[in-house]
Write a protein that binds this ligand. Structure first.
Ligand code: ADP
Ligand code: SF4
Length: 697
């Protein structure tokens, strides 16, 4: 199918200062957790997006000074020229595919913990960081101002020498330049504080210095949160005033909203923010500048992108998450392959992995972060050496669907994906039905299209296979992907034992699947949802039941409601949202007994309490559906005699994990299905300092 001519506008080149972008797709700076620790992973990760058609690919935060160290959060450091060689690798990758390379030079100011460097944070004023309350910075003296600015110029020159085309004087996310600009951080009474002109001085001076040093050779970009949506930054009118003040020094305005503390409003989860939501604020930047503007908002729809450009609001379509979920999004639009676009679901697992796991990953794109260490390419699949076999995949949940697709792309003669239910999707048949999670249905939608297109993959629904059925199916390779279920006895990580009275065969005790799939309705009006997991399921069920008119109390044995959602930037918004919907919230409470009409519990100090409840929904722990696999495994002779050469299991059937891991597991097995022992992942390339490269002093 040829490209829709309405999208042609997205493929026009755009000039930014001395450089030209080949189209309007721009991968804005975003964290990966690779930083200076994993330069190979970083280079290949960005290179993949360049190959996929992004006209520019940028680094994550690249810190200019030692006192901007964010450790233990991993970031890129540009402290000395040793960093140059590693970063040059990323530039080479970008240039190989005719993309520009951008570097997010920045300084964290008040927020920099500097736990590795052991130097105090520095900031415009001595006010405790709102990002890490335990950091109280030093007020910058004039010497500190000059030192940091000199560091910025040094890093900018080194960035140019490394091959970067776009150099940021980055103040987004309430980093140092924005801290000077914002009265929330800046209480100075010298030339750097007070009026807007004074508060802008640090940023303007730094821009001037950087421009003087490299402005002829590199495009100078500024990232500015034009509206903090909270105290930590500036409001829109002042943001626009700064754009006017600095416009003559800037080649590209990269604009967003939020701050580091309100990052949840920048990397907005789909639960709370629709596609394109930032336009409400960043769409107004055009009032203040005629220079190129790039904005973000989890955009995956090319119609919307073209509309934005045509409206004049932005010149470039910026993306972090949509480019992680599909590094080839621009090429797919260019070629009119719209159904192939693997749209981001807005779950922010990428954020949680980059920030807390130090290695980015993605729910939708199992290859994200695996480009270097496993050599995976999101669009290229080699024919498997054993592709002449037939494969049976039992279970069409996320793991089974992904595995069957990759096996299909690896050229297997026949792949049968069999599921007991009438629909594919497994747990993703009902999770997107939870309030706010509708976009998560994209996990199934993209895979449904892929499965339909693959001629060697057949989907068979409504067929529950037992061990005999599997053995005699006629496949040489069997993959069991039968998933997991929620425990019906209330066991949690705390007790490892059933809760007395917890039995999901009783009318007043329910599991998530019973509520969502079987239509089991709580008797009475008062419902306790008991959460031992701490992610989206309990909160989602509580909100759904409250929406149906039940009086719901969300009770957790964890010390906070839904702490895992904090890692995905949803926690604070979620707790507020539940509160606004009248849902009671109790943390640190352990259920000790369930009876019709009441539950017994202990609070965080061990005091006993009783809650009135007509029903309890148990969201305590999941258990693998492994019986089929274990039965098959127990009789190897029976397998062999029916011609089954290999038996594997994947996804939640191995151990219940987040959807991203189930998909990864299915993908991994299919990628390595012709390895010596596919059940055990092949070792991946590790990046570590060898003694050769780190000689002892
Ligand atoms: P995962 O996240 O690991 O993919 P899910 O729980 O989402 O796991 O999906 C498991 C799927 O396996 C479900 O759709 C379920 O209907 C299917 N399934 C489980 N047991 C069988 C079986 N014996 N035969 C066919 N399908 C099965
Ligand atoms: Fe989008 Fe989720 Fe992937 Fe992040 S992890 S890019 S939010 S699908």
């Amino acid at each position: 199918m040829p490209r829709d001519p309405r999208h042609d506008i997205l493929f026009e080149p755009v000039r930014i200062g001395p450089k030209t972008l080949r189209n309007r797709f721009y991968q804005v700076p975003h964290c990966t957790g690779f930083g200076s620790e994993k330069p190979g992973s970083h280079a290949r990760f960005r290179g993949m997006k360049a190959e996929g058609g992004w006209a520019a690919v940028c680094t994550e935060e690249a810190l200019v000074s030692v006192d901007s160290d964010f450790w233990p959060v991993v970031s890129t450091r540009f402290w000395d020229d040793d960093d140059l060689r590693n970063l040059a690798l990323m530039c080479e990758e970008a240039h190989r595919f005719d993309s520009l390379a951008g570097i997010e030079l920045t300084h964290g100011g008040a927020h920099a913990r500097a736990r590795e460097a052991r130097v105090p944070a520095v900031a415009p004023s001595q006010l405790a960081s709102d990002y890490d309350h335990f950091v109280v910075p030093k007020t910058m003296e004039p010497d500190d101002v000059r030192r940091v600015q000199a560091d910025w110029v040094r890093a900018a020159k080194a960035a140019r020498d490394a091959g970067f085309d776009i150099v940021y004087v980055y103040g987004g996310h309430s980093y140092l330049p924005l801290q000077f600009l914002s009265p929330f951080y800046n209480r100075r009474t010298d030339a750097y504080g007070g009026s807007l002109e004074n508060r802008a001085r640090f940023w303007l001076e730094t821009l001037e210095l950087v421009r003087e040093a490299i402005g002829e050779e590199c495009a100078i970009a500024v990232r500015l949160c034009v509206e903090a949506l909270g105290p930590a930054g500036v409001e829109l009118e002042e943001g626009l005033a700064f754009v006017r003040l600095a416009d003559h020094l800037v080649d590209l305005w990269d604009v967003n909203v939020g701050s580091i503390t309100d990052w949840s409003k920048d990397s907005g989860a789909s639960r709370f923010f629709p596609e394109g939501y930032q336009l409400e604020w960043t769409g107004r930047v055009r009032e203040a500048t005629a220079k190129p503007i790039v904005g973000v908002g989890r955009l995956t729809n090319p119609d919307r992108m073209a509309e934005i450009v045509r409206s004049g609001a932005w010149d470039l379509i910026g993306a972090a998450r949509p480019s992680i979920s599909d590094p080839f999004l621009p090429s797919k639009v260019e070629e009119g392959l719209y159904g192939e676009i693997r749209e981001c679901i807005g779950c922010n697992i990428c954020v949680s992995k980059a920030e807390w796991g130090s290695h980015i990953g993605c729910t939708q794109n199992a290859t994200a972060g695996e480009e270097y260490r496993r050599g995976w390419h999101p669009e290229r699949f080699e024919r498997a050496e054993n592709a002449d076999r037939d494969v049976l995949v039992v279970g069409a949940g996320p793991a089974g669907m992904e595995c069957a697709i990759v096996l299909g792309k690896r050229g297997f003669r026949r792949v049968h994906l069999v599921d007991a239910e009438a629909e594919i999707g497994g747990c993703m048949r009902w999770i997107p039905e939870l309030p706010g999670l509708g976009e998560w249905a994209r996990v199934v939608n993209w895979r449904r299209i892929q499965l339909e297109k693959l001629r060697n993959v057949e989907v068979i629904l409504g067929e529950r296979l037992d061990a005999d059925g599997v053995r005699t199916y006629g496949a040489e390779i069997v993959v069991v992907a039968t998933g997991a279920r929620w425990a019906g006895d209330g066991r949690t990580y705390l007790t490892h034992d059933p809760i007395p009275g917890a039995d999901a065969s009783l009318p007043h005790v329910l599991t998530p699947e019973q509520v969502m799939l079987e239509g089991k309705v709580p008797p009475g009006k008062r419902v306790v949802v008991y959460d031992g997991e701490g992610y989206f399921t309990a909160a989602g069920l509580a909100e759904r039941l409250a929406g149906e008119g039940f009086a719901v109390e969300l009770v957790t044995c964890l010390d906070k409601i839904s702490p895992v959602s904090d890692e995905t930037l949803e926690g604070p918004l979620l707790r507020q949202h539940l509160h606004d919907r009248g849902i009671g919230q109790r943390a640190g409470v352990v259920l000790s007994g369930i009876e019709p009409g009441r539950v017994a519990a202990t609070d965080e100090f061990g005091e006993e309490l009783e809650l009135e409840a007509d029903a309890v929904v148990l969201v305590t722990q999941r258990l693998s559906n492994e019986a089929l696999y274990l039965e098959l495994r127990a009789d190897e002779d029976a397998l062999r005699s029916e011609g089954v050469e290999a038996l594997y299991r994947i996804g939640d059937c191995v151990a219940p994990r987040i959807v991203a891991e189930a998909i990864f597991d299915g993908h991994r097995l299919a990628r390595e299905i012709d390895a010596e022992n596919p059940a055990v992942p092949l070792p991946y390339r590790r990046e570590r300092i060898s003694l050769e490269s780190a000689a002892l002093p």
